[in-house]
Design a protein around this ligand. Structure first.
Ligand SMILES: [Zn+2]
Length: 406
């Protein structure tokens, strides 16, 4: 069997006991018991190859049945689901498992003055888990949360005055903040660290950060509400390469799709070969050790008027057009006519013709639906916007948004 498991630490007897507990938990869920019935027990890490992969819906079904409770402290419930469908929840005990991250990452120390710019509230976890991390670092912390564009300048003045050394948020939010600061001449000479979590790093942040805070470097965390923080990286690492926490076991299946097993003794979510949807592989990291390169989701294809559109590829193509700062795709579907693909753009100033150039670029390219746009010009719309469409709760900006019109 070509399948293999990898972990940064040795899997010991205690870890295997945790895996057996996870198996007993999922087996006790009526909706899932049959799938796990063929398994006797797990005595070796290789036995995990026999365990079926668990998808998002399976984990949610298990949580609905198990209703886990922390053995000490409070049981926190967070949610990560989008605005549609039933919310995806995740449980964690007080501390949100951040002690392990604190011990292995080293992003923050007691001398830091940290701004937490992940949006707060609505049961999204990022803001709160970062508060747990700063608590462990014993530094100075400011819980900023989401702010409006009109407030940016006032806050940057405040950060500069306070000698802020670290700021963290989703790359979407960081990009808005640093682009604004660059454009308006704000400087943060004390800033050393830019923390990110929730989305892939946006390489165009590097340019803006270099102007605003030349000594600042990026520090990343990777995870989800179901798995919590699974991996981190440092400024010496590639932005898309991660180093797993010792409590994480990863496995690479078909199409390099990853599944994770949590070895946390106090883990509340039954994360047993849980498939996040991300693909990945082990690569040498520039920091000198092997790391996990996250290749993104394998489900980034959408059907548009019968043609498959690779969302990430199209965004990358459009982003290469001079004057485009950021792009987002919106697929509009109408009851009485064909779908429209709208490309929303954030454009640099003095780029009046950017929409026309993006349109020409798409229509002239050989990619899937260009034939549709040549035939039905109104099926493509290119709009320069003040802001992209983002999730009010998390501040995340998806590459693809869909809109139904009656
Ligand atoms: Zn590295």
């Amino acid at each position: 069997m070509s399948e293999h498991y990898t972990t940064l630490s040795t899997v010991d007897g205690e870890h295997l006991a945790t895996v057996r507990r996870l198996l007993a938990d999922v087996r006790s869920v009526p909706a899932l018991s049959e799938r796990y019935a063929h398994l006797d027990t797990i005595t070796d890490v290789a036995d995990l190859a026999k365990v079926p992969v668990m998808l998002k819906d399976d984990l949610q079904a298990a949580l609905r049945h198990l209703k886990p409770r922390a053995t000490t402290g409070t049981t926190w419930v967070f949610q990560s689901g989008g605005s549609t469908g039933s919310p995806m929840v995740g449980y964690a005990p007080t501390g949100l498992y951040m002690r392990e991250v604190h011990e292995h990452w080293g992003a923050l120390d007691a001398d830091d003055v940290v701004v937490n710019a992940w949006s707060a509230g609505k049961m999204w976890g990022a803001h709160y888990l970062v508060n747990e991390l700063v608590d462990l670092a014993g530094c100075v912390a400011m819980s900023l949360g989401a702010i409006m564009k009109e407030e940016y300048s006032a806050w940057f003045d405040f950060f500069a005055e306070r000698g802020v050394t670290a700021i963290g948020g989703t790359p979407s939010v960081l990009r808005l903040l640093f682009a604004h600061a660059r454009e308006h001449g704000h400087r943060l000479p004390s800033l050393r660290k830019v923390l990110f979590l929730g989305e892939a790093w946006d390489s165009r942040l590097d340019e803006d950060i270099a102007e605003v805070a030349q000594d600042a470097r990026r520090w990343g965390m990777f995870g989800s509400t179901e798995t919590w923080v699974m991996a981190t990286n440092t400024p010496d690492c590639a932005a898309d390469v991660w180093h797993l926490m010792p409590s994480q076991l990863v496995h690479f299946g078909e199409d390099e799709l990853m599944d994770f097993t949590s070895l946390k003794p106090d883990g509340l979510n039954p994360v047993l070969r849980y498939r996040t949807g991300d693909a990945g592989r082990v690569v040498p990291c520039p920091c000198g050790t092997d790391g996990l390169q996250v290749l993104g989701r394998r489900d980034g294809l959408v059907k548009f008027r019968g043609h498959l559109v690779n969302v990430a590829d199209l965004i990358a193509q459009v982003s290469d057009v001079d004057g485009v700062q950021r792009a987002q795709l919106v697929v509009h579907t109408y009851a009485d006519r064909g779908a429209v693909l709208e490309v929303l753009l954030l454009a640099a100033r003095d780029m009046a013709d950017v929409a026309d150039r993006v349109r020409e670029h798409i229509v002239a390219s050989a990619f899937g639906p260009s034939i549709v746009f040549q035939r039905v010009p109104e099926s493509l719309r290119v709009t320069v916007a003040d802001a992209l469409i983002s999730n009010d709760r998390t501040g995340k900006t998806a590459n693809l948004v869909t809109r139904q019109h009656s």
